[in-house]
Design a protein around this ligand. Sequence first.
Ligand code: ZN
Length: 213
Amino acid sequence: MNLILFGAPGAGKGTQANYIAKKFNLYQLSTGDILRNEIKNKTETGKKIEKIINQGDFVTDNIINELLKKIITSSSCKNRIIFDGYPRNITQAENLELILNADNQSINFIFFLKVNRETIEKRILGRITCEKCNKIFNEYLDSIEIEKHECGNNFLKKRKDDNEEALIIRYDEYMKKTKPVLDFYSSRSYFHEIDGSQKIQAITNKIEQILVV
Ligand SMILES: [Zn+2]
């Protein structure tokens, strides 16, 4: 089986991808890793990629497609790929289908780990730290643990963190960019939207339930 995993920043996509890959013996395909490998191995394509990146440009879809094709059709990865963070746009989605179809493969499952903006904000902005033991809590999610905390509540402080706003902007950008790709896939019977605000284990269980049917 081949599957695609989409997830907004903060939805725990990486954790789930690693787990599923291990459990079902899948090859976790990340285009970032593929590009880095080409550069590291100093292949012809790698040299080209390095030049493009050094110029501050984006690697073209053509280059990515060629590299993808090599992996997708290879005997060791064929029909056991988990696409992590790909495709990012409609053109890539269409190309992916062409590559798969030409090799008699298809996408069997698509998962979208959905977290709404409110949850992301709570996760990011609710962080409080105990200045005595440095333990981190979330004021919205850990109310029981906070109440029982051994240092008492006097040391619990909110730290101003410049990353907070950046994280929320990153979420907004992801959702905006990914929306067309999700729309492209969402009517398909093998598209599954999963509540990414649940605990990691609950999300894993849900995905497994769908995969083993
Ligand atoms: Zn403490």
